[in-house]
Design a protein around this ligand. Structure first.
Ligand code: MG
Length: 157
């Protein structure tokens, strides 16, 4: 199943579902103090069950790994992606693709998480010196922000 493969690839790249749930808790705790990590992880799992999210995740990790192994199509673009050049921006565009499925709260939360870089996002940024995480950090941010958006909407029901 594609969901299991996504979780396995995340694990290979050093990211657990609890790491993502931690980011969700970071985003939503101030609004819902009773929210638990287990609840956040459940919503992360729901987001990761969506087919378009799985496609975005596998595409992003696929590009990161291709760049890391010097198997990317264009050597010049490979250097740009490896450098996580600020003007590249396609990693963010892919992340918006995930957020757009969950509405404006997901999008604004993604922008916030991208600035604050909590937990695993900061860890991936540090690890980027060794491995390429140009796409993965944004994908994780988008999945966490989407889960936060989903929680915010559920509380309004
Ligand atoms: Mg990035």
């Amino acid at each position: 199943m594609m969901y299991e493969r996504c979780v396995a690839y995340l694990d290979q790249r050093g990211v657990t579902l609890d790491d993502i749930a931690d980011c969700v808790l970071f985003l939503q705790q101030r609004y819902h103090p009773e929210l638990t990590l287990a609840q956040c992880r459940n919503v992360v799992e729901e987001v990761l069950h969506k087919r378009e999210v799985q496609y975005a995740l596998l595409t992003g990790i696929g590009i990161d790994v291709a760049v890391e192994n010097h198997r990317f199509l264009d050597p010049q673009l490979e250097m740009i992606v490896q450098a996580d050049a600020p003007l590249y921006g396609i990693d963010e565009v892919l992340a918006y693709g995930i957020c757009n499925l969950y509405g404006s709260i997901a999008l604004t939360n993604y922008g916030y998480i991208d600035k604050c870089k909590p937990g695993i996002i900061e860890k991936l940024n540090r690890d980027h010196a060794v491995n390429c995480h140009t796409f993965l950090d944004d994908i994780i941010g988008a999945v966490a922000a989407s889960a936060a958006g989903k929680i915010a909407h559920n509380y309004e029901k």
